[in-house]
Design a protein around this ligand. Structure first.
Ligand code: HEC
Ligand code: HEC
Ligand code: HEC
Ligand code: HEC
Ligand code: HEC
Length: 409
């Protein structure tokens, strides 16, 4: 009796212990049930059944069980996708449902999974073993599975599964063309043909009127100004809208409207978002040298124009945006009007002489002449003289009955 009264909680001793014990037991049971209910156990069970049906019980016993992972040290990825996607390397399940389907052979030929894992191409959270977290999207995780679901959410107009090509291009950015990445290839063609480099540095080559785009894909989604954007507020949606009509989002921009179709704008937005400081080691990035040099053809055309009558415009860099047809200068991008008739056009368009225009330019030229091509007053005098020479040559050719094909703006 006395001993008992010494204890401050004499009567609670046993019940507390009992409850604590019960909680522990229930917890352990719940934990086990919960773990058993991990979806992957179900998928492994199902796959073993599928294998047994098709190839017999003995084969089914060779299906590995428990967590599976591909550890790719060079990428720092531990991809557990194969815990559910067990059929990846099996033959004969090409027509099965996911996740029990054999992987298409073509993409893995040049990229064995031991070296590339899964998430380097597909995105997703490699270490996760439940469908939701593995495929995403998950908050604070920027790399959801680049599959048909996200492609549908992003309203891709063409191939809903194309987003994966962004990941292809974090490694293949220096290829002119990559088999299997058709949207990216289309975008690369557009970037070349439309002369984005006239204003932007991309892979260490280009102009300085717009921002350097080499790593623009690293810009966080919160860093974009969404005020003028209707609909989804994602970096992807911002770029598609900006590419379709730059002024709709940035009212005072000099970036031209290239009249891209939705598909083209989506392709270029994918390319832009793939321009990231890649976490991939240099040895896994094909393409040498690691820049996009001009092709031999582009270089030859430029060299030929440098010794022709329009040499000044080529050497000064005006030809990056302007053709001068009367002098045989063809701009690769043709972002501005042909300068053969500028002397006349500036007068009729702005009611100013071309001398006056170059002395205090407006629009794109005010940015060009203050950021990209800095001309001294003496050089501006030469520019005016060259523009007059071009116009004289244009009039001479016209009088001779062979008007040069001056592209109107
Ligand atoms: C982690 C970097 C990486 C990723 C991601 C990647 N590749 Fe590659 N790819 C390589 C490397 C490295 C090679 C081998 C190049 C070599 O041998 O010169 C290669 C080779 C290729 C080849 C030529 C060999 C072949 O398989 O015929 C093609 C085509 C190709 N990749 C397309 C793709 C496509 C399409 C994707 C996206 C689905 C992709 N790559 C994703 C790094 C990558
Ligand atoms: C080199 C890049 C690359 C790697 C690495 C890669 N895949 Fe794929 N995967 C592809 C391509 C490309 C397709 C085919 C898409 C198509 O044809 O529409 C594909 C298709 C699939 C599909 C079928 C999707 C569908 O549209 O039916 C699944 C599932 C899949 N991969 C899972 C995996 C898993 C799991 C791994 C790792 C073991 C992996 N992949 C590794 C590029 C890759
Ligand atoms: C817990 C099991 C599980 C894990 C882990 C898992 N998947 Fe899946 N995956 C599935 C199931 C089930 C489907 C088919 C249903 C669906 O699309 O959600 C699927 C479908 C896919 C598809 C086809 C979807 C499409 O766009 O057509 C791809 C690609 C894919 N998984 C890739 C991956 C990659 C990459 C990983 C690792 C980062 C991964 N999965 C991890 C279960 C899993
Ligand atoms: C005449 C010059 C000019 C040309 C040509 C041009 N841009 Fe731009 N670009 C700009 C300027 C100036 C900005 C900054 C203001 C803005 O966002 O519009 C810009 C902004 C951008 C941005 C946003 C960058 C960021 O950090 O937010 C992207 C992406 C872009 N341009 C892509 C392109 C692509 C792709 C092309 C070719 C199809 C192209 N630009 C052609 C001038 C140009
Ligand atoms: C980055 C592209 C770019 C470069 C480089 C460039 N321009 Fe322009 N220029 C334009 C654009 C675009 C216009 C059309 C007006 C506008 O959009 O503001 C223009 C307009 C002009 C005009 C007015 C022509 C007219 O018909 O209205 C003259 C003159 C001109 N530029 C001269 C030059 C000269 C000289 C150089 C070289 C020193 C040069 N430009 C370099 C983009 C460029």
């Amino acid at each position: 009796m006395e001993q008992r009264t010494n204890s401050p909680y004499p009567r609670l001793d046993k019940p507390v212990l009992a409850i604590v014990g019960l909680v522990l037991v229930v917890g352990a049971v719940l934990f086990t049930i919960n773990d058993r209910e991990h979806e992957w156990r179900y998928y492994q069970y199902q796959f073993r059944r599928v294998v047994a049906e098709k190839l017999g019980a003995e084969k089914a016993r060779t299906v590995p069980s428990g967590l599976q992972q591909i550890w790719v040290p060079s990428l720092g990825h531990a991809d557990r996708c194969v815990t559910c996607h067990q059929a990846v390397a099996w033959k004969g399940f090409e027509a099965a449902e996911e996740p029990f389907r054999t992987h298409p052979a073509e993409p893995l030929k040049g990229h064995p999974i031991e070296k590339f894992g899964c998430s380097s191409c597909h995105g997703g959270q490699g270490w996760a073993v439940d469908v939701g977290p593995a495929h995403g999207p998950v908050e604070h995780w920027e790399e959801p599975l680049l599959g048909t679901q996200l492609g549908t959410e992003y309203s891709l107009v063409d191939n809903k599964a194309a987003l994966m090509q962004m990941n292809c291009n974090t490694c293949h950015r220096y290829d002119r063309e990559t088999k299997g990445a058709e949207m990216i290839n289309l975008a690369k063609q557009i970037v070349n043909a439309r002369g984005c480099r006239a204003c932007h540095v991309i892979n260490s080559r280009g102009g300085t009127i717009g921002p350097d785009l080499t790593f623009v894909g690293d810009k966080a989604p919160e860093q974009y100004e969404y005020g003028r954007l209707s609909g989804q507020r994602t970096a992807f949606a911002w770029h598609v809208a900006h590419l379709k009509d730059p002024r709709a989002l940035v009212t005072d921009t000099v970036m031209p409207n290239f009249n891209l179709t939705t598909k083209e704008a989506q392709a270029v937005a994918m390319l832009i978002l793939s321009w990231r400081k890649s976490p991939v080691p240099a040895a896994m990035v094909p393409g040498t040298p690691r820049t996009d040099p001009q092709t031999a053809g582009e270089r030859a055309a430029e060299e030929a124009m440098k010794i022709g009558p329009g040499a000044w415009f080529v050497k000064t860099g005006c030809f990056v945006c302007h053709s001068i047809a009367a002098l045989g200068v063809k701009s690769p991008a043709q972002i501005g009007p042909d300068l053969s008739t500028a002397v006349d056009d500036v007068q009729s368009r702005f009611g100013r002489t071309v001398d006056d225009f170059l002395a205090s330019p407006t629009g794109t030229m005010s940015v060009v002449l203050s950021r990209q091509i800095i001309l001294t007053p003496a050089e501006k005098t030469i520019a005016v003289q060259k523009l007059r020479e071009a116009f004289a040559e244009y009039q001479r050719q016209k009088a001779a009955g062979k008007t040069p094909a001056v592209s109107s703006h």
